[in-house]
Write a protein that binds this ligand. Structure first.
Ligand code: TEU
Ligand code: CA
Length: 563
């Protein structure tokens, strides 16, 4: 079995993980201090969201220098210490590779700005503006940025504009330029030679842009250019080249691609072994449940969905990736999504049950599981008032919802408060001490008020804690080849509320049954009654297998066949 299938990844968003020097900002020292804790979970791989030098317009995803550590996080020496100490604990590091764009402070971009003749001009996507009816200078096309507003910024020295698909400070690189690709590959070698295991690749499916940069959609108002940037044939070519020139030189290696609106077909094309590109990729369909076609802030479906829709989404991807020969990275939360209990199940009376069930689901699916800091103690969304918002996306889209979508202020606010990425970015809750034990200083961002009840110290003492459940589920997966690499076989497919499936290889058969609804529900497991299933783990305790299974709200159970 390939190494990457056996792994369980824990994602750290360093700014909010643990502060070690009392400035209110999480840092590398904080991660080093918590390595024992991370190890105790049973995971083997750490993915760090970006720790490079950055202007923090997009909290690290706007990189000023790929070879320097952001001073708020520490020094390269601290990084080397982290790498070494993590290795000593048997933990490998995966870095975030943000190669679709650099920040506008990156030396390449600073050079590019100097003149139209600079050799660095072609490292980015500059284009002549259009002249409007009144002779005014307009952006070259109607592309909308992912965070709202035109995706073009005016070059102060000329009549050209440059492309910024995310914040106005993140300048899209021109991957058609061989020098850019070489620069990125060289930087990847630098980190791999240091000893990191691999990369999580940020918006890697948008690195190629359509020649000529035509208008998006109908070409009238601002529109997001999905059809001109997502998974163009060239993006597949570039990844193949990257594999040949960089990734194939290291073994073991770890690669996971992140991208927007990846289709099933593309995901398989990116991750099939024979394609020689990536090992796995994320998909976001689960996280877009209840959203309208325009994405997370498209509130027109009222963020409502049925358990059946959730089940269908899971089945589509599980079956489709298995049939297509690809591999998934599965996750219930990350730094871009609301907290999983609040988003999918319940963060009130059923919070503990919800957290456990989602963990068991994530750790039973086919694909490599990713966990995000805080989910192992069931952290929830945090109510944030406008002045407490920190994320550019929230702040900008708040305005866009009012100006472009004509939403009244109170509604726009509600939409942002429901879906903001800030939910995932409040400081990690370590204890019920000051600032949740995250820092001795007032943190850079509000701590969720529920920290007195929800924190690591408390979880470590509590019987039947979420934390203990995570550890058991992690160790169960680590000990099972079927859970790691067995086939995915759905059972009781017609059931509207209950998702059931087998994970099976030549040696073992596991059965997961999960009630995706907040009401009592019934599973029909007649088809698999001959396996002699014995309980392994259950969110309401271990209960015997029955053919007609009654499940409590959000209950999940894992069984193993007796030989
Ligand atoms: O996110 C890419 C991406 O597709 C986002 O538009 C995502 O859908 C959005 O954040 C959801 O609200 C990656 C990073 O994960 C994100 O933190 C960065 O802001 C973004 O790239 C730009 O680098
Ligand atoms: Ca600090």
């Amino acid at each position: 079995m390939e190494d990457f299938k056996k792994r369980i990844v824990y994602q750290i968003w360093p700014r909010s993980f643990k502060d070690s020097n009392g400035d209110g900002i999480g840092d590398l020292g904080g991660i080093i201090a918590k390595l024992d804790y991370i190890k105790s979970l049973g995971v083997d791989t750490l993915w760090l969201s970006p720790i490079y030098k950055s202007g923090n317009k997009d909290y690290g995803y706007d990189i000023d220098n790929y070879y320097e550590i952001h001073e708020e996080f520490g020094t390269m020496e601290d990084f080397d210490t982290l790498l070494k100490e993590a290795k000593n604990q048997g933990l490998d590091l995966v870095m975030d590779l943000v190669a679709n764009h650099t920040s506008d402070q990156h030396p390449w971009f600073q050079e590019a700005l100097k003149s139209k003749d600079s050799p660095y001009r072609d490292y980015y996507i500059f284009k002549e503006g259009r002249v409007g009816k009144k002779g005014e200078l307009l952006p070259p096309n109607n592309w909308l940025s992912a965070f709202g507003g035109s995706a073009w910024q005016r070059d102060p020295q000329s009549t050209e504009f440059y492309l910024t698909l995310f914040t106005p400070h993140q300048c899209d690189l021109n991957w058609a330029n061989e020098k850019v690709r070489e620069g990125i590959y060289e930087m990847m070698h630098f980190w791999l030679k240091k000893g990191v295991l691999g990369f999580r690749m940020d918006v890697i499916n948008t690195i190629a842009k359509r020649d000529g940069l035509p208008n998006a959609g109908k070409g009238k108002k601002l529109d997001f250019p999905f059809e001109h940037i997502v998974s163009l044939p060239k993006s597949h070519d570039y990844l193949q080249e990257m594999h040949e020139k960089v990734l194939s030189h290291y073994d073991p290696i770890f690669t996971v691609g992140e991208g927007m609106v990846t289709s099933l077909e593309d995901l398989n094309r990116y991750t099939k072994k024979e394609e020689r590109k990536l090992q796995m990729m994320f998909h976001f369909d689960l996280h877009l449940l209840g959203c309208g076609p325009l994405g997370k802030f498209d509130f027109r479906k009222g963020y409502r969905w049925t358990p059946k829709e959730m089940k269908d989404t899971i089945l589509t991807w599980q079956k489709g990736v298995q049939e297509g020969g690809g591999w998934l990275g599965n996750f219930m939360s990350n730094h871009d999504q609301p907290r999983q209990v609040s988003r999918f199940f319940d963060d009130g009376p059923f919070r503990r049950k919800s957290a456990k069930a989602l963990a068991l689901l994530n750790l039973s699916l086919r694909g490599t599981p990713f966990l995000y800091q805080g989910e192992e103690i069931g952290m929830t969304n945090c109510h944030l008032e406008e002045e407490e918002w920190r994320d550019f996306e929230a702040i900008n889209d708040y305005q866009v919802l009012q100006d472009m979508m004509h939403l009244p202020k109170f509604l726009a606010k509600k939409v942002i408060q429901k879906m903001t990425r800030d939910h995932a970015r409040t400081p990690m809750q370590w204890s019920d001490g000051p600032h949740a034990g995250f820092s001795e200083h007032t943190p850079w961002m509000k701590v969720n008020e529920n920290y007195t009840n929800i924190n690591v110290a408390k979880e470590e003492l509590r019987e039947h804690s979420i934390l203990a459940f995570y550890k058991e589920a992690i160790s169960t997966r680590k000990g099972s080849t079927a859970l790691q690499d067995g086939s995915f076989i759905p059972i009781d497919e017609e059931n509207k509320n209950v998702l059931s499936f087998l994970r099976q290889d030549q040696k073992e058969t596991y059965l997961l049954v999960i009630n995706l609804s907040g009401k009592e529900a019934h599973g029909n497991l007649l088809d698999v009654s001959a396996y002699g299933f014995k309980p392994v783990l259950g969110t309401y305790g271990e209960k015997p297998f029955t053919v007609a299974m009654t499940l409590c709200p959000y209950e999940a159970r894992l069984y193993k066949a007796t030989p």
